[in-house]
Design a protein around this ligand. Structure first.
Ligand SMILES: [Zn+2]
Length: 428
C-alpha cells in the first residue's frame, strides 16, 4: 500500500499479484472506508511504507473464511471515495487506486495545506531603508498588478517520472528545482509565483492547466528531467506546444512519455469534450505559441550558460500540459537523469539553484521586452525620498546600478528628494 496526500484528496494505491475485484463500503461514526477483496490475502505487511497521512489515520486488515480480504481505512473526516484499477505499466504491476476526496472541501488535509495565496511581507531582517523602498514600491504602483508565474513540478506521487541509475526520482529533483524557482520569483518585485504541485502527490495534466488559469498566470513553466536509453545523451532542452506535429523524432517520443504520466498517475485522459474546444481555440493558441517560443528561447539561452544544451533551438511537441490556449507555456527538460553525471548534478543544491536562476533570468528577459499591460513591470517608477541611495534602489528592484543610471540618463549618483526614477525590468 502506498499513500499520497494532496490538498484536495488522498490517494491510496494497493499493489496486487493479479487483477483484483473489490467492493467499497463507507461507514460513519467513526468514519471508515471498507474495501473487500475476494480471493485475496495480504502478502507483505501493508504498514511497511507510508500508510497514514492526509485523510487516512489508520489501516487494518482481516481475513474472512471465504477467502475475502477486508481492508479498513480509518478516516480523519467524511470522505467521498472514487476508485479504479490499473493494469501493469512502467515499474508497477496490477493496482487498485482509491482517491478519497474531502467531503467538506473547505477543510484541507493536515499535511498538505496550501501555501499562502499572496507572497508574505518583506523579510524583517532587511535594513529599514530597503523595506521602505519596497513598501513605496507596492503602494505607489497600485492598482497595477503582479505578474503571475505558474511553476509546475512534473509528475508526483505514484508517478515517479524518470528514474536515474542511482535511484534519483525525476519527481523529487524537479520539485526541489521548482521550489527554488518559487523562492526566486517571490523575491522579485512585481512578480508573484504559484506552485502547481506543492508536495509529493499527483495532479492530472489538465488540472495543472486549470490551476494556472484559475490563478490568472502570465506564464506557465513545467519542470522535468529527461531520460534516454543511451546514457551518454545529456543537456537541457526547452519545449513549447506544437499543433502541427513534433519538431523532431525525439520530441515526439518524449511527448508520448510525458503525456503517459496521466496513465501512470492513474487518471484517464478524458480528451473527448476538449476536442471541440481545442479546434475553436486554435487561433488564440497560435498567438500563445509564438509568445511561448520567445520566452522558451530566452530561457534556453540562460540554461546554456549553466550547462550543455541538448538541443540548441526551442523544440515543439504535443505536450498536454502546455495546451493552455491563452497562457504562454514552456516545458523545461533540465537535464538527462539517465546520464550519470547529470543525475548527480540534479541532486546538488548548487546546480538546482543555478537552473532555477537561469529560468528566472529567462523570465525576466522575456517580460522586460513584453510587459503585459496593467502589470507593475509595465510601469515601474520610484520617487526619491530622503536618505535613498541609487545602490539601495538598484538592489531592491534587482537591477544593476549601471543599468539604472543608463535608463534614467543619470551622469552622477546625486539624487534629489522628489525626483522620479524609471525602473528598468528586473535582472537588467
Ligand atoms: Zn517528466
Amino acid at each position: 500500500m502506498r499513500l499520497w496526500a494532496a490538498p484536495d484528496h488522498t490517494r491510496v494505491v494497493f499493489d496486487s499479484s493479479g487483477p483484483m475485484g473489490y467492493e467499497l463500503l463507507t461507514l460513519h461514526n467513526p468514519e471508515r472506508l471498507v474495501i473487500d477483496v475476494p480471493r485475496a490475502s495480504v502478502a507483505t505487511a501493508l504498514t511497511r511504507g507510508q500508510t497514514v497521512g492526509g485523510l487516512v489515520k489508520g489501516v487494518r486488515t482481516a481475513q474472512y473464511s471465504k477467502g475475502v480480504l477486508r481492508i479498513v481505512l480509518d478516516l480523519e473526516q467524511p470522505a467521498k471515495p472514487s476508485s479504479f484499477t490499473l493494469k501493469p505499466g512502467g515499474r508497477y504491476g496490477h493496482r487498485l487506486v482509491i482517491d478519497l476526496y474531502n467531503a467538506n472541501p473547505a477543510q484541507k488535509t493536515k499535511d498538505a495545506a496550501d501555501l499562502p495565496a499572496k507572497p508574505a511581507a518583506t523579510a524583517t531582517t532587511k535594513p529599514a531603508v530597503q523595506s521602505r523602498v519596497k513598501k513605496a514600491l507596492s503602494s505607489e504602483e497600485l492598482p497595477a498588478r503582479d505578474l503571475v508565474i505558474a511553476i509546475d513540478a512534473g509528475h508526483g506521487g505514484e508517478d515517479t517520472g524518470a528514474i536515474g541509475r542511482n535511484g534519483t526520482y525525476e519527481k523529487d529533483v524537479v520539485l526541489s528545482i521548482a521550489r527554488r524557482l518559487y523562492a526566486l520569483v517571490k523575491k522579485t518585485p512585481g512578480m508573484h509565483p504559484v506552485m502547481i504541485r506543492q508536495g509529493d502527490y499527483y495532479i492530472g495534466l489538465r488540472q495543472r492547466i486549470d490551476k494556472a488559469r484559475e490563478n490568472k498566470a502570465d506564464l506557465f513553466i513545467s519542470i522535468h528531467a529527461d531520460s534516454f536509453h543511451d546514457r551518454r545523451v545529456q543537456g537541457s532542452s526547452v519545449f513549447v506546444l506544437s499543433n502541427r506535429g513534433a519538431s523532431s523524432e525525439m520530441a515526439r517520443w518524449l511527448a508520448e512519455k510525458e503525456n503517459a504520466s496521466d496513465l501512470a498517475g492513474g487518471v484517464s485522459l478524458d480528451d473527448k469534450d476538449h476536442l471541440l474546444a481545442e479546434v475553436l481555440l486554435d487561433l488564440s493558441q497560435n498567438a500563445t505559441i509564438e509568445a511561448s517560443i520567445t520566452v522558451a528561447g530566452n530561457m534556453l539561452g540562460e540554461l546554456q550558460r549553466v550547462g550543455k544544451a541538448h538541443k540548441s533551438t526551442v523544440q515543439q511537441a504535443g505536450f498536454v500540459v502546455l495546451k493552455s490556449p491563452d497562457i504562454p507555456s514552456v516545458l523545461v527538460e533540465t537535464a538527462f537523469i539517465s546520464n550519470p553525471s547529470e543525475e548527480r548534478k540534479l541532486r546538488e543544491s548548487r546546480h538546482q539553484e543555478a537552473l532555477a536562476t537561469a529560468m528566472l533570468r529567462g523570465i525576466n528577459t522575456y517580460f522586460a521586452n513584453h510587459p503585459p499591460p496593467g502589470t507593475r513591470l509595465a510601469a515601474r517608477k520610484y520617487t526619491i525620498q530622503r536618505g535613498d541611495t541609487l545602490g539601495v534602489i538598484a538592489q531592491q528592484y534587482q537591477v544593476s546600478l549601471s543599468t539604472l543610471k543608463d535608463f534614467n540618463d543619470l551622469k552622477s549618483d546625486v539624487l534629489r528628494v522628489g525626483q522620479t526614477l524609471r525602473i528598468p525590468p528586473p535582472g537588467g
